[in-house]
Design a protein around this ligand. Structure first.
Ligand SMILES: [Zn+2]
Length: 155
């Protein structure tokens, strides 16, 4: 009888240089629509502590993913390659949270070597309401999508 195959790491992705920003994550092979590509790993941090952690040099806040209203995942601390996935205003992936764990899913078929992206839907941690101009200045987006909103912050 053939042994049941287990694939602990399906190895869909590769980190490389991105045209969008710094490092990016690319499809190592064709990824079918609906595929669970990778878990977004990192330490769980109370959102209330993020700013003081930043001020104390514990994080750059560059790889923070919102998990719940109170908790965020910081990919800078014990994260994996998923932290290098860039934002795009018209992304090909989406984050779904199952059993309290965020995963990156393919929203469409992704051809080999195409960059993998999701919409960060960033929310400002500032209590002040930012104008669109301020958002674009603080968190500019260079994703190059036709419908790029110019900022990582969700409108
Ligand atoms: Zn954009």
């Amino acid at each position: 009888m053939p042994k049941k195959q287990t694939i602990p790491n399906r190895d869909f992705i590769r980190v490389g240089t991105s045209k969008i920003h710094g490092h990016g994550v690319f499809a190592k092979r064709k990824i079918p629509k609906g595929t669970r590509i990778v878990e977004y790993c990192g330490d769980r941090i109370l959102k209330d502590n993020l700013l003081s952690d930043f001020e104390n040099g514990l994080t750059s806040l560059r790889y923070v993913l919102s998990l719940t209203d109170d908790i965020a995942i910081d990919g800078e601390r014990n994260g994996n390659d998923a932290r290098f996935i860039n934002h795009c205003c018209q992304p090909n992936c989406e984050v779904y949270i199952f059993d309290d764990i965020p995963y990156i899913y393919a929203m469409e078929e992704i051809p080999r070597w195409k960059e993998i992206t999701f919409d960060y839907k960033l929310q400002s941690i500032s209590s002040k309401k930012l104008t669109k101009k301020e958002k674009m200045k603080l968190y500019p987006c260079n994703c190059g999508a036709k419908k790029c909103r110019g900022t990582l912050i969700v409108q």
